[in-house]
Design a protein around this ligand. Sequence first.
Ligand SMILES: [Zn+2]
Length: 461
Amino acid sequence: MKANFWIPSSKLAIAILLLIVSWSVTVAQETQPNTVLFENVRLFDGKSAQLSGPTNVLVRANKIEKISTAPIPVDRSAATQIVNGGGRTLMPGLIDMHWHTMFVRPTPVQLFSEDFGYLTLMAGAEATDTLMRGFTTVRDVGGPSFGLKQAIDGAIVVGPRIYPSGAVITITSGHGDFRKPFEVPRVPGAPLSRQEVTGVAMVADSPDEVRVRVREQLMLGASHIKLTAGGGVASPNSPLDASTFTEAELRAAVEAAENWGTYLTVHAYTPVSIQRAIAAGVKCIEHGHLMDESSAKLMAEKGIWLSTQVFPAELGNAFPPGSEERAKFEEVFAGTDRTYKLARKYNIKTAWGTDIIFSQALAQKQGALLASLTQWYTPAEALIMATATNAQLLTLSGKRNPYPGKLGVIEEGALADLLLVDGDPIANIQLVADPKKNFVVIMKDGKIYKNTTAPSAMTSR
Ligand SMILES: [Zn+2]
């Protein structure tokens, strides 16, 4: 990634911190054997609503090699770490499909004023916490997460797999345009705004500009592209009812993404913005909280994904009572129940993500927000959504998928992102709301990042 928005001093600060972090991570990883055997676990495999009977699972390198109810003989040629499951549940790592890696911890003021090195380190610390909540994969739908992704993949920082979209692409005054009135009018050829220089959001006001901005994100390594097709809650100048991009602009983005083998997803609440996006060839709608019967029907007919969430009520407190943002929040919040009912009624392909921004405290409720889906779904349905179903949407990235291999399931040959849960999450989904206590093993890509089971035997039998 070209981190051309970093000033040298922040680069140095990052380098020093990363050196320290990388030393401890490397030590941890070097002492781990190449194979791990989970003995006596019951499987929630990401697909079935029933737990399996007692089972053994062998992980070699970063993949699940063997699943068997019979004892699995241990490889004689390599040291194997044995995890005694004690009848606990082994499940796929959780996936959050609407995450903003770089925006979770800072306040909006910090995001647009602090040194970007500081913001990146903040995001790195949050990424570690995210993995420790059992989220082994996040789909980032807006923000400059490329550098952090690179650091995580390179074992410099501990964190989840990141599917990055890069900057949110918006129109002048659209959702994600956080410029202040004094920054208007935009003068052709003038320097980019702060939000653009940092890669937070790019403004594009014609099909040609859209193509440029989309292709830039693809060049930086985007696995998918995100546009805001309608107004949003947190943006100061974007009314909720506004449809922002024209169909021609949306079509330009779809074409540029698809030419690159991947897809476009759009932020859209209202029926008009949903329908226009679908007409332009968009494959996935984020949120959809104000959809109606006809837009729900259209989504089902065309096989369009809905990636949505329950917003936490506390999020409303971020906006002062009586403010325009607060009114917008309340309108969207009230639409959640209808949207989930429509999604069920028309059997829309539905993914789940949290969209937590600007609050470290709320981020700690990531698992609790998943559990709150039981207002509309059985615990098994909610867990299947946050694992195998979410992983199915990730495959729309095609060859731009940064982590080829199966995610979200426990299957032979799948990538080894696994959680050992102290209890049965299908019987008690609240277990995922307290990951510190209940996730006793957290494994990503075959590596154990947490293990609080009894000291396990190491064998080279
Ligand atoms: Zn979002």
